[in-house]
Design a protein around this ligand. Structure first.
Ligand SMILES: Nc1ncnc2c1ncn2[C@@H]1O[C@H](COP(=O)(O)OP(=O)(O)OP(=O)(O)O)[C@@H](O)[C@H]1O
Length: 258
């Protein structure tokens, strides 16, 4: 069953077509990679799904309902959360507080109640802290609960971003280059975490990633963009040997004609 359908999605910035007529079907509970050389339109694609950019034309359907025209916070309330290419944590807040921020939209407390320190609000906040701590255990950061986020090592900061994103209880998690800048050990840990998100938390994952080893290992399905166009789609073994994909990465002439 498809959780997300992208139909003929085009985005133009003035005379530049960043994505052109892209159609994708994302199966529920799958791990899907969107790959392509620099400037292919991958981030623009994520920005349209999360309503940062309005498509010039085309539609995006979450469980059959259009997301086009919604505001970013509404898309997030519908269950789509993302992480960013450049880490965007609150460096001066603790690791736990960063996760609590991610949980915010699901907390039913009201500011008056918070100001007055009403008992039921205190209870909600205590429960949120327990849940946030569980998430930290899940992403392997529980021993850094009270550390400032800015003091964490790079790979740990990336895992905290994922922790903050899953605190919003997303149906779909968009990961924008989650392995960027990671060493092989950190990437292995990330790989396991992404698998776990899918199998244990039932999250559908869409990731943009340049680390081909990770992409080929982890993805159920891959979409390849080049100059804004969808040039290939398929299972990892199909994409690995696809001539258009190899050419897009290595240039024309890289594939011997047979
Ligand atoms: N806000 C914008 N205004 C104008 N042009 C933009 C804007 N955002 C993206 N572009 C252009 O759209 C094209 C696609 O960019 P995009 O960032 O989506 O590519 P990408 O595949 O994510 O690249 P990378 O792998 O380098 O992050 C590029 O030519 C880029 O310059």
């Amino acid at each position: 069953m498809n959780i997300l359908e992208v139909n003929h999605l085009t985005k133009k910035f003035g005379g530049l077509t960043a994505t052109s007529d892209i159609t994708m079907n994302i199966e529920k509970n799958s791990i899907t990679a969107v790959i392509g050389p620099n400037g292919a339109g991958k981030t623009t694609f994520f920005n349209m799904i999360t309503a940062v950019y309005k498509p010039t034309s085309g539609d995006i359907l979450l469980n059959g309902k259009s997301l086009v025209g919604l505001k970013p916070h509404q898309v997030s309330q519908f269950g789509i959360t993302r992480t960013f290419q450049n880490i965007r944590l609150f460096n001066d807040m603790t690791v736990l507080e960063n996760v609590l921020v991610g949980m915010h939209q699901n907390l039913k407390s009201h500011w008056v109640g918070t100001l007055l320190q009403l008992p039921h609000i205190r209870r909600i906040e205590e429960n949120a802290k327990i849940e946030a701590y569980d998430i930290l255990k899940y992403v392997g950061l529980d021993k850094y609960t009270n550390e400032n986020a800015g003091n964490l090592a790079y790979g740990a900061q990336r895992r905290l971003e994922i922790g903050r994103a899953i605190a919003a209880k997303p149906k779909i998690l968009l990961l924008d280059e989650p392995a960027a800048g990671m060493n092989p050990k950190e990437t292995d840990r990330l790989t396991q975490l992404i698998y776990d998100l899918r199998t244990k938390l039932d999250v559908t994952i869409i990731l943009i990633e340049h680390d081909m080893k990770l992409v080929m290992k982890i993805s159920d399905f891959i979409y390849v963009l080049d100059h804004g166009e969808l040039i290939a789609s398929g299972k990892p073994e199909e994409i690995r040997s696809n001539k258009r994909v190899i050419e897009a990465y290595l240039g024309k002439g890289a594939v011997a004609n047979d």
